[in-house]
Design a binder for this molecule. Structure first.
Ligand SMILES: Cc1cc2nc3c(=O)[nH]c(=O)nc-3n(C[C@H](O)[C@H](O)[C@H](O)COP(=O)(O)OP(=O)(O)OC[C@H]3O[C@@H](n4cnc5c(N)ncnc54)[C@H](O)[C@@H]3O)c2cc1C
Length: 401
């Protein structure tokens, strides 16, 4: 019997495997996809300082590798209908060069590349092309079934098999929460060499170039992501197809990046993203043998970058509970990480309310804050911070995420 099996080789499963190895346990990862799979889209960009610290704790040196490749910027700007209401450049970090930056930004596929290399160094074993279809647990362990009839016996299972988790479904654990109206469009754009946009994060409320929709631009290594908030009655055909993006993108980032001037190849990936706020009813099975982590356990809208960051926190906590080897430790994991999931879900909900105001009063408040920002900097600061949800207030035992 394997002491611990991880299902899923996304960023969360890879982190769980590294954390198990750091506890001196063997780690076997079962992944449905083939080893040479392609993972399109930039997806989760931000790796926050807390996450870098967790990763460095389980694979020393990994944080330095990731931050050397990723991008950290010091300028943040917020505009309202074409007018700047907040701009701040933070001094670059001082002190020992080993100090971690507040965040680094890179495509998820690159984060996963670093995690996979660290797993190889740590002696994590992988079975690629192994799609798990079901799980059975007893007080002594778990049996995973593969679609091809294979079986794996494990003392504990860390289920990191994503939003449609077969392990979670096999256990009959429900996802509780809401699905919001509407969608946003996420576009990855490659930098034009020699004409890169400034290294800064820009949030633009009610951008006049896209009919008053809000837009965010976030750099990553090699390009940037543009995020357009659509209205409830917008259609994907009008905003979310590559053809549609080519029409509206130049108004946001300039002609070199969209339009009909031969630069269409700059658009690397377009996806539409719906707003799910769901948390699993339990993060462990009744026998305390399976621990749910990452998107198998929770789905948040991406504002505030809570998905992957909190998933990696789940993964490290799950490995700690497996290493402790007691039901009590698994119960504590399940309670603490579910509380963190509920906090993150509520925080992402507040961000969403601000980004997609349902009530007219919210929009009026934003307009008033924009008008007052030149004389009352706190108004500009509120407009700058609110799209990401509250930054403090997470349950103490759970850390920031
Ligand atoms: C199109 C898209 C765009 C996104 N954009 C953003 C964004 O802009 N910002 C942001 O913060 N987040 C974004 N996300 C979310 C982010 O990608 C997730 O938070 C992150 O991937 C969660 O990691 P995970 O390891 O829990 O799950 P996943 O990355 O989904 O990994 C799950 C792994 O399990 C494997 N698997 C699934 N089922 C099985 C099975 N039955 N048996 C074995 N293996 C299985 C999968 O192949 C996969 O490798 C996006 C996600 C998608 C899909």
């Amino acid at each position: 019997m394997n002491p611990a099996v991880v299902v899923g080789a996304g960023p969360v499963g890879l982190s769980a495997a590294l954390a198990l190895r750091a506890h001196g346990l063997p780690a076997l990862v079962l992944e449905a996809d083939p080893e040479d799979r392609e993972r399109p889209g930039s997806r989760a960009l931000f790796v926050h300082r807390e996450t870098l610290a967790l990763l460095d704790g389980v694979a020393p040196g990994l944080a330095a590798e990731i931050t050397a490749y990723g991008r950290t910027w010091h300028t943040r700007r917020t505009l309202y209908r074409g007018r700047e209401v907040y701009a701040r450049t933070f001094p670059p970090r001082s002190g020992p060069q080993t100090a971690l930056p507040p965040f680094t930004s890179l495509r998820q596929v690159d984060t996963e590349r670093f995690l996979r290399a660290a797993c190889a160094r740590a002696g994590v074993e992988f079975v690629w092309g192994a799609r798990v279809t079901d799980v059975r647990t007893t007080p002594d362990g778990a049996v995973l079934s593969g679609e091809d009839g294979r079986k794996w016996h494990a003392g504990h299972v860390v289920a990191a098999d994503g939003a449609r988790s077969a392990v979670r479904r096999g256990l009959g654990i429900a996802m509780e929460g809401v699905r919001g109206e509407g969608f946003h469009v996420v576009v990855d754009v490659a930098d034009v060499p020699g004409a890169e946009l400034p290294l800064e994060r820009v949030f633009h409320y009610e951008h006049p170039g896209v009919g008053g929709r809000s837009v965010m631009r976030v750099p990553f290594t090699g390009g940037f992501q543009v995020d357009l908030q659509c209205r409830d009655d917008d259609t994907e055909e009008a905003f979310g197809t590559e053809e549609a993006v080519r029409r509206w993108l130049p108004a946001v980032v300039g002609d070199g990046y969209g339009g009909a001037d031969g630069h269409d190849r700059r658009i690397l990936w377009v996806s539409t993203y719906r707003f799910l706020r769901k948390v699993a009813a339990s993060f462990a099975d009744p026998h305390r043998r399976v621990l749910l982590v990452g998107e198998a356990a929770h789905l948040f809208p991406p504002f505030g970058a809570r998905g992957m960051n909190s998933g990696i926190a789940d993964a490290v906590a799950a490995a700690g509970a497996v290493a402790a080897g007691t039901d009590r430790a698994v119960e504590e994991f399940a309670g603490t990480r579910r509380a963190a999931g509920l906090f993150n879900s509520a925080a992402a909900g507040l961000a969403l309310e601000h980004l997609r105001p349902r009530r007219r009063t919210v929009r009026l408040r934003q307009r008033a804050a924009a008008a007052l920002a030149p004389v009352l900097p706190s108004c500009g600061s509120w407009l700058e911070h609110a799209p990401y949800g509250p930054r403090g207030g997470a349950p103490a035992a759970a850390g920031k995420y």
